[in-house]
Design a binder for this molecule. Structure first.
Ligand SMILES: NC(=O)c1ccc[n+]([C@@H]2O[C@H](COP(=O)([O-])OP(=O)(O)OC[C@H]3O[C@@H](n4cnc5c(N)ncnc54)[C@H](OP(=O)(O)O)[C@@H]3O)[C@@H](O)[C@H]2O)c1
Length: 326
């Protein structure tokens, strides 16, 4: 059900890649009263500060896109920070939202909630059926707790207080606001940087880690934001028909995957790199395939709009802007 365009909507994590895309999406839909706080202005791990904030602001809806996120190295090095900060942020925001009568909240999770050996494509019912990937287990446990917080509040207070807290689990995202750090970035922003630098330096070849055969799924971040608003606005009957009270999360994927080799070739083309792509087959590949089953969401009427080539062109523009190359 859509709400009044002047309703106060809190986007937690509005400067992040996903949060900023949700802000763009809401603004494009005409929402004018967006509530935003940076990490420095409001530390969501601080229970008292979050309680004060909600008591004063009393938003109508909440998008919870704030999280402590990082790559394999960061997750391995700082597991305590990943589990503690994410649990605290979720518990504080979800509970304080409930305390001030917020009826609608959307929690953002991640595909890492699914077991390492989950059947592919991974459907929502794979949750809690096996062991998680060890490197990001603390982060994944916190994200699973976020889903269960939403479900538990719905089950206990849904009828009595009319609350309806939902969760979406995105696949790998890319696009504006991504992190293009040379060592500490995801596959698409990492490849964009490497191909761009190779083009600038006229390098004859670009070396890619692994065999290039692993299959991965990628979704443009503005599509993710559109899906987030779509799920938030879905009428309760449709949502209830497609979810279960104790398995209520919704996968958000592109619907098909691509090999790392093909991805590298497409990125090379988008950037205009003329050299060769070679593979360092001694480097590890990771899981052979990671694809989400997004049937739940597509059956409710949503589909992505931005295909990979168009999304990569937009992402490259963002890279050039971020690195002041244009
Ligand atoms: N990016 C992806 O490929 C991807 C894929 C799947 C799922 N997701 C999920 O989407 C969500 C957002 O990810 P993202 O990529 O947008 O992350 P991001 O770019 O790192 O943004 C995270 C945001 O959280 C805020 N934040 C972190 N700790 C905080 C704290 N203690 N108090 C207040 N704010 C805090 C940051 O605020 P400041 O900017 O003020 O520091 C930042 O705006 C996460 O749950 C993530 O798991 C992302």
């Amino acid at each position: 059900m859509s709400i009044d365009k002047s309703s106060k909507i809190y986007v937690a994590g509005h400067r992040g890649m996903v949060g900023s895309a949700i802000v763009r999406q809401l603004q494009a839909k005409g929402f004018k009263n967006l509530l935003m706080r940076t990490h420095a202005e409001l530390d969501l791990t601080n229970q008292l500060a979050v309680a004060d904030f909600f008591q004063v602001e009393k938003p109508a809806q909440v998008y919870l896109a704030a999280a402590k996120v990082g790559g394999i190295h960061a997750n391995n090095t700082y597991p305590a920070e990943f589990i503690y900060q994410n649990l605290m942020m979720e518990a504080n925001v979800i509970h304080q939202a409930f305390e001030v009568g917020v009826k609608k909240l959307l929690f953002l999770g991640s595909s890492c909630i699914y077991p390492k050996m989950a059947q592919q494509p991974m459907a929502e019912n794979a949750l809690l059926t096996g062991k998680l990937e060890a490197t990001n287990e603390p982060y994944a446990i916190a994200k699973i707790a976020g889903i269960k917080l939403c479900e538990s509040y719905n089950r206990q207070y849904g009828q009595s207080h009319g609350i309806d807290y939902r969760s979406v689990m995105p696949t790998n995202l890319y696009g504006p606001g991504d992190n293009y750090h040379p060592e500490n970035s995801h596959v698409i922003p990492g490849l964009i940087r490497r191909f761009h630098e190779a083009k600038e330096q006229n390098s004859p070849e670009v070396m890619i880690w692994g065999t290039g055969t692993p299959m991965r799924e990628f979704l443009y971040v503005d599509d993710m934001a559109a899906a987030s608003v779509f799920v938030m606005e879905l009428d309760k009957l449709t949502y209830d028909q497609h979810t279960d009270p104790m398995q209520s999360h919704i996968n958000v994927g592109f619907g098909s995957d691509i090999s790392i080799k093909e991805l590298a070739e497409v990125i090379g083309k988008v950037i205009g790199y003329q050299g060769k792509i070679i593979f360092d087959t001694k480097k590890p590949d990771g899981a052979p395939r990671k694809l989400m089953n997004s049937n739940r969401l597509t059956k409710m009427g949503w589909k992505p709009r931005v295909d990979l080539v168009d999304g990569l062109k937009l992402a490259y523009q963002d890279f050039l802007k971020q690195t002041n190359s244009i």
